[in-house]
Every structure is written in C-alpha cells, then in structure tokens.
Design a protein. Structure first.
Length: 391
C-alpha cells in the first residue's frame, strides 16, 4: 500500500511555521505512517521551530521577496533605489526557487501540499501547478498576504481564519477553518493558572505579566516594556514579568533592564530569548502583552487571556492593523498603537489592578472569536485532495 506524503510549506515568520506544527501533529495522529515534509526558505533563522517528531523531512529553497511597506505611496517605493534593486535581484531568486521547487517536488513526490504563507510558498505553488500536484492555501490574517494571493487561483481550496466572505477568493472553494494551534492551548481556569505558576517556580498568588513580540521578537515593544517596568513593579507589589525577547534581541534587552532596574527588582524579571512552548508561560499569565500576529492571537483566544495588543503598523498590507481592528470592534482586547507606547505602563498597571472579573470578561470576549479544531479540518482537506487526481 502506498504511503501518503504531505508537504507543509511556510516561512518568513514564526506565525507561518507554528501552525504547520499543529497540522503535522494532527496528520500523524490520524495516520501515523504518513510522511510529513516541511519546506522553508533558505537562510532563515527559524529552523528550530520546525524540529520534532512530527516532521519527517525538512528542505529549504531560495525564495525572492517583493518589498513594499504599508503607508508608503507608489512614488515613494519607486524612488527608494535600494528597495527597487533588491526587488529586481529577487526576481531571479524567485526563478531559481521555482526551479529548485520543481526538482524537489519531482524527487519527493508529495500527494498534497499546504501553503501557509511567506514568499517560499510562491515558487512551491507555481512548481506544484506545473507538476499537477494538488495544494491548498491558508490565511491567518484578516487581509491575505501577497504570496497566497499569487497562488490562490490554482489551489483546490483557499482556507481562512476568519469568515470566508472577507477574503477576495472564489467563494466556491474558500473555507473558514480558523488557525491551527497546538492542542496544549486550552481555556485557562484559575486552577490551571495557579498550577502553571507553580511549575515556573512562581508564587501562585503573584500576578504574571507575559510579553511576547512574535517569533522574531519586537524591538520597539521590548524597549517600551523595559521603560514601563519600573512603574509596573513599583505599583504592583507582587508581580513577575516574563518577557520573550526574540533571539537576536535577548542580550540587548537584558542590558536595558539592567540599566533601569536594581538587582532586587531584576529578580522579578524572567527573560526568554525564544520558546517553542509558549503555552507554558502564557497559561500562567494574568495579562498578556502581544503583537497582533494572527497565530499568537488565536493561541491566546483559545486560552481566554486578557490581552494588551500592539499591532505592527508597517507590515505589508497593514495586516496586523486589520487584525487589531477586528479585536477592537469585538471589545476582545485592549488595543494600543505604537504612537501611544508612552502610556504602556499606565495601560498595563490599570489592567493588572482591575478586578479579576474585568480581565475574565476581556478574555471571554477574545475566546468567543476562537475557531476550534482547525488542525483537524486542514488535515482532512489535505488527505481529501491527496486521494483525488485533480490538481
């Protein structure tokens, strides 16, 4: 009997990679003998994310990038010589990547493919069309990324996090599935929170502020939280700040804290450069500080966490701004724009000092946006098209 092979493609950010791990785990849970292949972008610093028993083979290919920045006019882009030259160079990278993907698909012969996002998906999607291999796309954000828009036409299904009608795809093949997240992300009860704090050697009666800027970190958030840390620690007598800085920003952020806080107050700061077990820390949190990346928001929604969300305004297409708008309209998070970061200390202190019931209501509203069983839905679609002939 032929062994099914499923290829999961994504890169560019942890938000594109961590959902693939959830899908890989679900595939292995349903059909343990399935071979799961991951394809990422060459020269990325995210390969630690896709390790583990559920990925059987990992490959990387060259992928070009079309650079454009939210808020900049077409004329500004045209006058930006460096950006124009980099985009011109990456046309050739895209061509080379498509050839590499075509050869890789011929060698690995996957039965179906999932394109999660990031520019590595474009050469794989184009090569899959040439090879007549069926694939699906998945969008986590409220606004689809360029890579998925470029590959959507020839996909068997375009799957989405939010209701299908919000996306510019052919309605007959657009399916809302939510965002696949690890099974460990569940609603956090008071008992689970206390146990989580104890496992981290934190007093279960202490409050925890958990901050994460995404898979690669966020320098602006790091600096703002450091600047607010003295106020937060001074006005909240028993609190621990757990801060995921991003690998490249760890040393810098640690030094910034040391410059601001005394040795005694530094005992209340737990710094982590990067983690593949975010749930261990977020489950202990009374309040979460995060970017508006769709995957992290889905994870905290599943846990029903009270969140302060700072969208990254300059990301292509304004995706995080759109994500934050959805949250704001639902009253599901406290939204703070980057130009308001001077008030971060006040915002966090107010939420930490608010009645516990206020934080619970905020978390419940966020949880009401969660779509469950996403990994199972995506795995089912991948097996469905793997068993069909059409691509």
């Amino acid at each position: 009997m032929k062994t099914t092979k499923i290829m999961l493609v994504g890169g560019g950010s942890g938000g594109h990679l961590t959902p693939l791990l959830a899908v890989a785990a679900e595939i292995k849970s349903q059909h343990p003998n399935t071979i799961v292949i991951h394809v990422g972008q060459k020269n990325e610093n995210l390969h630690d994310v896709v390790g583990g028993a559920d990925i059987d083979e990992t490959y990387t290919i060259i992928a070009g990038k079309f650079r454009r920045y939210n808020g900049k006019s077409i004329l500004s882009h045209l006058l930006d010589v460096k950006t124009v030259l980099l985009n011109f160079r990456d046309v050739f990278r895209f061509i080379a990547g498509t050839f590499q993907a075509w050869r890789l698909l011929g060698r690995t012969k996957p039965d179906s493919i999932m394109l999660k996002g990031g520019f590595v998906c474009v050469p794989v999607g184009y090569a899959a069309k040439i090879r007549r291999i069926a694939y699906i796309t998945h969008d986590s954000d409220a606004v689809p990324g360029l890579a998925n828009r470029m590959t959507a036409k020839h996909a068997v299904y375009n799957t989405t996090a939010l209701p299908a009608g919000l996306y510019p795809y052919e309605s007959a093949k657009t399916i809302q599935v939510g965002i696949p997240i690890r099974s460990e992300f569940v609603i956090v009860t008071p008992d689970i929170m206390r146990t989580s704090k104890q496992r981290l050697s934190i007093n279960p009666d202490a409050q925890v502020l958990f901050a994460v800027g995404g898979g690669l970190g966020a320098q602006m958030i790091n600096k703002a939280l450091v600047g607010a840390s003295l106020q937060i620690l001074s006005q909240n007598s028993d609190i621990v700040i757990i801060h995921v800085t991003g690998k490249k920003l760890f040393t810098e952020t640690k030094q910034l804290y040391s410059d601001v806080l005394s040795e005694e107050k530094m005992k209340s700061i737990k710094l982590i450069d990067f983690t593949t077990e975010l749930f261990r820390y977020s489950s202990a949190a009374d309040v979460v500080l995060t970017r508006a990346g769709a995957t992290n928001i889905a994870e905290f929604a599943a846990q029903a966490k009270a969140c302060v969300v700072i969208p990254a305004p300059h990301l292509t297409g304004g995706q995080q701004l759109h994500n934050a708008t959805v949250l704001q309209h639902a009253g599901a998070a406290v939204i703070l724009q980057e130009q308001e970061l001077a008030t971060l200390g006040d915002v966090l202190t107010n939420l930490l000092q608010a009645p516990e019931s206020d934080r619970e209501i905020l978390g419940q509203k966020l949880n009401s946006l969660a779509v469950y069983d996403s990994a199972n839905k995506l795995a089912a679609l991948l097996f469905e098209i793997a068993n069909n002939e059409t691509a």
